[in-house]
Design a protein around this ligand. Structure first.
Ligand code: NI
Length: 180
């Protein structure tokens, strides 16, 4: 298993619409395993393949908080939505930013599992929110797209500033490192 690099907003590759998976074969299973490794390594509760620059319709979740409920959704489709719920969301591709987003409270989803078998399931609570958020990624959409233009611009400026700061810190650390 490999921990992959997560793309960060406003990387244009996050806007790619992912293509359906034709067959759940060994490379797809390997992608699923890498997604879990990457998601757990970053302390996330969900990750879509788009976020690691693989544009296939695969997403994983684990909303248990203790790595005990790993879920795989390949070619996920939302068949029905019911109710609305507002909750605070964050995203591994938008580090350090959280905001209230309104989504369907309950969804019925159809997908393929890691074994390639189709299933349908009614989801609610955090898992329903998470799967909607991750399917948005597969369609090239981010949770910040639901914010006002002004707010989204602020998030973008802040992330760019953080990235510059991290780059400067790395340069300073290198300058201080002993030469051998
Ligand atoms: Ni996300």
């Amino acid at each position: 298993m490999t921990r992959l690099t997560i793309l960060e907003y406003p990387d244009p590759r996050l806007r790619t619409r992912a293509a359906p998976v034709d067959r759940v074969d060994a490379p797809v299973c390997e992608l699923v395993d890498d997604l879990f490794e990457t998601m757990y390594g970053a302390n996330g509760i969900g990750l879509a393949a788009t976020q690691v620059n693989v544009h296939r319709r695969v997403l994983v979740t684990d909303v248990s908080g203790e790595r005990s409920d790993p879920r795989v959704f390949i070619n996920p489709e939302i068949l029905a939505r019911d109710g609305t719920a507002t909750s605070q969301e964050g995203c591994l591709s938008v580090p350090g930013y959280f905001d209230d987003i309104e989504r369907a409270e309950r969804i019925r989803v159809r997908a393929l599992g890691r074994d390639g078998a189709p299933f349908e399931e009614d989801l609610s609570g955090l898992l329903a929110i998470c799967v909607q958020h991750e399917i948005d990624h597969l369609d090239g959409r981010l949770f910040v797209d639901y914010l006002s233009d002004l707010k989204r611009q602020r998030v973008r400026s802040r992330l760019e500033k953080d990235r510059r700061q991290r780059a400067e810190d790395q340069t300073t650390a290198r300058a201080r490192a002993p030469a051998i």
